[in-house]
Design a protein around this ligand. Structure first.
Ligand SMILES: Cc1cc2nc3c(=O)[nH]c(=O)nc-3n(C[C@H](O)[C@H](O)[C@H](O)COP(=O)(O)O)c2cc1C
Length: 229
């Protein structure tokens, strides 16, 4: 169950990646609220996502500076059991945590490359993998809107386009993707709704993120997707 008090669409519109953070710590109540959402995601998704607070080492090195990160001391370590569906699942649940953090007044950024993976002090159990992290905190600014492909470039429909699909695409286009690649295709053929990655770096994580945005915008559940070809 997701928190019904959260304005998820408002969070989708307000969110942009933020890479510079102030020294303001995340308040205890917000940490507790985030932890409750992390617990829910881990339960629902069979994941091992962990919150790391007041720990700057993974963002102290050359990689983070190269990636233009500064002041990062809080992040989510996206971890789960290795397997075919891990990346998409972490995208799907990780983005719920991103939007929840946004609703709490925090800023975020997905990070796959520009951090020191070996310095993340999280528990990675046997058979598990750390796929990427999400920075958290009070940003120096609120970020800026990314350039976007046209909805028609990442979707295909037959017949009239229903209003719910149009709204779903509007939310999907606002989703963060690795290097802003937007390499996915959402199709509506008759009643059959499907989505797939069309290649690219971390495209399966992107796909999970995009599907969650689409569900929020369209007002549909996760079971609405057709998974087999
Ligand atoms: C899976 C994934 C991995 C990412 N990895 C990095 C990264 O390593 N370094 C970085 O600076 N930004 C990273 N980003 C952030 C993207 O560059 C950013 O989301 C994209 O440019 C769109 O901008 P927006 O998030 O402000 O809408 C990543 C985003 C995603 C979804």
């Amino acid at each position: 169950m997701v928190d019904t008090q959260v304005d998820w669409m408002g969070a989708i519109r307000a969110r942009h990646s933020v890479r510079s953070y102030t020294a303001r710590p995340i308040e205890k109540e917000k940490v507790a609220a985030l932890q409750a959402q992390i617990d829910r995601c881990n339960r629902e998704g069979g994941l091992h996502i962990q919150l790391v607070t007041e720990e700057p080492k993974a963002f102290d090195g050359m990689m983070a500076h190269y990636g233009k990160f500064s002041g990062v001391r809080n992040y989510l370590a996206l971890i789960g059991p290795k397997g075919e569906s891990l990346e998409e699942k972490l995208g799907y649940y990780g983005e719920q945590l991103v939007l929840y953090a946004q609703a709490l007044g925090l800023n975020t950024c997905w990070v796959a490359l520009t951090f020191s993976k070996g310095k993340v002090p999280a528990a990675i159990d046997k058979g598990e993998k750390l796929v990427c992290v999400i920075t958290l905190g009070y940003g120096e600014g609120q970020g800026t809107a990314h350039k976007s492909k046209a909805a028609g470039a990442v979707s295909e429909t037959t017949g009239d386009v229903p209003e719910w699909f149009r709204r779903g695409m509007e939310a999907a286009m606002l989703a963060p993707t690795a290097v802003n690649q937007q390499k996915y295709l959402i199709e509506l053929k008759g009643d059959r709704l499907s989505a797939r990655a069309t290649g690219g770096f971390y495209a399966k994580v992107d796909l999970g993120i995009v599907k969650y945005h689409f569900e929020v915008g369209a007002g549909i559940g996760h079971d609405r997707w057709t998974t087999s070809e």
